[in-house]
Write a protein that binds this ligand. Sequence first.
Ligand SMILES: [Zn+2]
Length: 508
Amino acid sequence: MGEYDGATAKAVLSLQAHPDDAEFLCAGTLSLLHEKGWEVHIATMTPGDCGSAEYGREEISRIRRAEAAESVRILDGRYHCLECDDVFILYDKLTLRKAIRLLRIIQPTLVFAPSPSDYMIDHEITSKIAQTACFACGMPNIETEGTEPFEPVPYLYYVDALEGKDKFGSRIEPGIRVDISAVIETKEKMLCCHESQRSWLMTHHGMDAYVLSMKRFSEQRGNEISRPYAEGFRQHLGHGYPQDNLLKSILGDLVHERKEYRPMARKQSILAPDWWDYTTLDDEILNDAARLTPEDMLSLSREGFTVIFYDTFEDFYLAEALEYIHAWRQATADNPVGICGPIGPTEQLPLVARLVNELKVNLQDAHFWGMDEWYLDGREVEETHPLSFARADMELCFNRIHTSLKMPVENIHFPKADTSEYIQSWEGVRCAVMQGGQGDIKHWAFNDPVRREGKYADRPPSPEEYRQLTTRVVELHPVTVMQNARTSGGGVVTGVPMRAITVGPVQT
Ligand SMILES: [Zn+2]
């Protein structure tokens, strides 16, 4: 092993069992890292001393060290050999010290090791050695000749097992695939440096297509992400190792992740496992929210956002009703103004009618938008439906207003299955107040969290995606269905529609 000093943080070490292992399984990714300015090191546990039927151990070792060095030179990198013996790679003090010392010399941020499960024990032992070396290289009580402890623990990734299967023939699914299509030629060139192996494998394994087998497997991994060529990795995410995906940070879109294999995958809902909802948030956030005191909440008031507590329900409903009056009083023929109201609570609605009548507020130019309506059998429910929101608004408020003051029917907008007319109604009329009640599932209107499927299988819609939602038909979270059964469905859960039409964030 040649000594090396001049460690940089941007150093990657592939620590494999034998010469040409890296070229089969991770040379493409090493090449991409090299392009990003990373310093590349390829180390092998052995010089491949049994990889020949014609040369003796010394001779083939000499040949293969040279081949490996030539290969990594293509990436301006360095080759290191820990001088163990093929088939006799041991998990013992001597070997571990060699590996730890190598890490302390190179001080890599990234380490690629063999698959923990593989067809060959040499690879599996090397995998374990790499794992321990990464963990132990910072321990001051482990002394290695001429080197100092090195921290932090590097990012450790396992390359694919040969042919992507374990010793029982089961597929090993890589959580991470790196698109190496742009560098497949470099990978091939590196593999071809191992000239002695092309001939050796032909006689020993009948493997007459050395390069072809590498390309075929890279192609298989590529197909899995709809790219020509890829390499698979699994990240070591045990205690003490870095948890974020550094490869993704460096290589960006070239790195394809299967998020469910990652620890950052969001929790499953304890309310409805097939859905997103607030129970899938990190515990830290939920605990922070639970710790909020009334004083904390009042202190959230700021310019343009006021938190007000009402001491009694009467006070609260009156305040809600007065928001209608304030909004409608601003309406003129030239500048019509409206309010968008929820259908829970409803106690303020009769108060609104009474105030309009008492104060003689003429609603000629005023508007009202209902926030949502139930959706059943492909359309909005009729006003005759016992749960109809439109009917509740009419009965509890609009039908109670004196004929002389009444809002014109065309100014009262309820969402329909065909949303075009409703969406159109938001043009040219100012909505002064969006009155929102928050449901048990923390929704506003019926903008419920979505099912955990399709494009939202791994993550819920982002705030940006959410803000682009328009008025639409939605599927309701089971908690919302339960809540509506309790508050307005007489407790009959099965009588509550599972879908609704709801006003979208775009309209507000
Ligand atoms: Zn090998």
